[in-house]
Design a protein around this ligand. Sequence first.
Ligand code: NAP
Length: 246
Amino acid sequence: MKRLENKTAVVTGGTTGIGFATAAKFIAEGAKVAILARKQEELDKAAAELGPDCIALRGDVTNAQDLGDFYAEVERKWGKVDVVFANAGIGEFTDVDASNGEHFDRLFNVNAKGVFLTVQKALPHLGEHASIVINASISGRKGFEKLVAYSASKAAARSLARTLSADLIPRGVRVNSVSPGLIDTPIHPKMGAAGEDVRENARQAIPLGRAGRPEDVANAVAFLASDEASYITGIELIVDGGLTQL
Ligand SMILES: NC(=O)c1ccc[n+]([C@@H]2O[C@H](COP(=O)([O-])OP(=O)(O)OC[C@H]3O[C@@H](n4cnc5c(N)ncnc54)[C@H](OP(=O)(O)O)[C@@H]3O)[C@@H](O)[C@H]2O)c1
């Protein structure tokens, strides 16, 4: 039996990168999957690739109404939600002098408030023994230059996994986080870093000698989402090729 057979899963930011790979993994494990993101063109492309076990709906994780509508539609189509991957996130490099309140608001809005709303708005729609996974980052636990607001927002995401796991234990819901290291996804070009530079840096800096693949993170998320992790809550599972540990 597949690990997510008969389960309904949602992935915010499921159109590209880690979210897309995780949506594909969830489907391969037997789940029906709903993805949410802002750009319709990317949603259409992802839906076509993921096939009939995926619905792709437009919405913004910073908007509580969008999330409420999203979960209502998922429950209407596929019943109660068993798995939530709160993955949507943005990154920006800035010099410490150039960072400002707007920059902090933009990053915290998506990476911290968006994660909270993704979990909170899921609550009325969750099935029994639901599992929630929050995408944090090793930048929340290690100092990388020019990532002042991003890293703080990711430390907040990791903290949300702790607090929400405590809050939701009485409801039978597990909440964990995953902290990717340097993963080869479109987020780096969006942040102004060429993909080849990222891969070369990773070859030099990462103990396992390569950048992570989105599938490396998807495998960890699928484990935390599944009943194999039924005795695990509140953790941070680091997927970084050894970067923070060695
Ligand atoms: N790649 C890495 O090295 C790395 C490392 C550590 C952590 N992470 C985290 O992993 C997560 C996924 O990143 P990725 O690397 O896979 O990047 P990506 O390919 O850029 O994916 C980001 C996804 O989030 C969506 N998104 C962004 N803002 C959104 C919003 N306000 N509402 C709804 N969806 C939104 C994007 O779609 P739209 O733009 O269409 O909305 C896209 O689907 C992020 O939280 C990121 O911080 C990545």
